[in-house]
Design a binder for this molecule. Structure first.
Ligand code: SAM
Ligand code: ZN
Length: 273
C-alpha cells in the first residue's frame, strides 16, 4: 500500500525494511511504522504536534468525549460504502484513536478492512503504531501522501491540513473524502475564557476540484468535563495551549465548566473524469 517517496514505485516489506524496485529502502521502526518523510519535506527538524500535545490528546480522546463524532463518521461510511471490503486512510491521524474506533465500529465478521494512517509527527505515529498493531502507520506529509494511486475507498482528514490533489490521487474512482473541521463556534467557551475578543473559526465552503459534494453537515454536542484534569487535556491538545500564560492554566480551566463541541463534516465523492 505504501509507495517510495523518492521514485513513487510500490514498496514491499522484507523483514525489517520496506524497499522499492529501485532499491530505495526505509527501515521499519521497532514500533512497526515506517518513516516516509524525506528531509526536504520538513519545514523544521521535528514537524507536527509534539509529544506533550499527543499525550494530552490521547488521554482526552480515550475518555470518549468525541465518540458522537466517530459514530457519525462510521454511520456515513457504512451508508456511502456498503461493500464488505474497505480500504481506508486517515491522513493526519494523530495518535490513532479515530482510525481504531472507526475500524471497531465498522467491523463485521464478513468484512475486510484495510486501514492505515499517516502523520507528519513522529511522536504521533510512534504512539499510534505502538498501541494499534493491526493498523499500518507511516510518518508522512499530507502534501505528499505515500500511498498507491487509485487504491483507497475512503480518505479521512480530521482536523488536519489537506491537499485535495493528493486525496484525488490516492482515492479509487468514486471514492469518498471525509473532511472534519471545527465549526465557527467550536469550543467557543474555551476561547472566551482565553481572549478578550474571541475569534470564531472560519469555515471553508469551497468545493475542491475533481470532487462532487455528497453531504455537508454539522454535528454539535455538549462536553461534560467536571474535572479540571480533562479540561487541561483538552486545552493542551489544541493550539490554544500556547496562549495560556504560565500559572494561569487552573484559572482558565476553572472557567470552562460548560463546553460545546461543533464540527463541520464534509463528504466528497471523487468525480469520474
Ligand atoms: C489537531 S491534530 C488532529 C489529529 C487527529 N486527526 C485527531 O483528531 O486526533 C492535527 C494533526 O495533523 C498533523 N499534521 C500537521 N501538519 C501536517 C502535515 N503537513 N501532514 C500530515 N500531518 C500533519 C499534526 O501532527 C497532528 O497530529
Ligand atoms: Zn524508490
Amino acid at each position: 500500500m505504501w509507495i517510495c517517496p523518492v521514485c513513487q514505485a510500490s514498496l514491499a516489506r522484507t523483514g525489517e525494511q520496506w524497499q522499492c524496485e529501485n532499491r530505495h529502502s526505509y527501515d521499519r521502526a521497532k514500533a512497526g511504522y515506517v518513516n516516509l518523510l524525506l528531509a526536504n519535506q520538513k519545514s523544521r527538524p521535528d514537524p507536527g504536534d509534539n509529544k506533550t500535545m499527543m499525550t494530552a490528546r490521547r488521554a482526552f480522546l480515550e475518555q470518549h468525549h468525541y465518540l458522537p463524532l466517530v459514530r457519525k463518521l462510521a454511520e456515513i461510511i457504512a451508508l456511502q460504502h456498503p461493500a464488505k471490503s474497505l480500504t481506508i486512510h486517515d491522513a493526519g491521524c494523530g495518535e490513532g484513536y479515530y482510525l481504531h474506533q472507526l475500524c471497531s465500529l465498522l467491523y463485521r465478521p464478513d468484512s475486510v478492512i484495510t486501514a492505515a494512517g499517516s502523520d507528519i509527527s513522529r511522536s504521533a505515529i510512534e504512539m499510534a503504531a505502538k498501541k494499534y498493531q493491526t493498523l499500518q502507520f507511516a510518518i508522512a506529509s499530507n502534501f505528499n501522501i505515500p500511498v498507491i494511486g487509485n487504491s483507497r475507498d475512503v480518505v479521512l482528514h480530521i482536523f488536519a491540513p489537506a491537499s485535495a490533489a493528493e486525496v484525488l490521487t490516492i482515492l479509487v474512482p468514486r471514492g469518498l473524502w471525509i473532511r472534519v473541521t471545527p465549526a465557527p463556534e467550536h469550543l467557543a467557551e474555551l476561547r472566551a475564557a482565553l481572549y478578550q475578543t474571541p475569534q470564531q473559526h472560519s469555515a471553508d465552503a469551497e468545493i475542491p476540484a475533481g470532487f462532487e459534494v455528497l453531504l455537508q453537515t454539522r454535528l454539535q454536542f455538549n462536553l461534560n468535563l467536571p474535572d479540571l484534569q480533562s479540561r487541561k487535556q483538552l486545552l493542551m491538545m489544541t493550539p490554544y495551549y500556547w496562549s495560556v500564560a504560565a500559572g494561569a492554566m487552573d484559572t482558565v480551566c476553572g472557567k470552562m465548566s460548560k463546553l460545546s463541541a461543533a464540527f463541520i463534516i464534509q463528504v466528497f465523492r471523487k468525480a469520474l473524469q
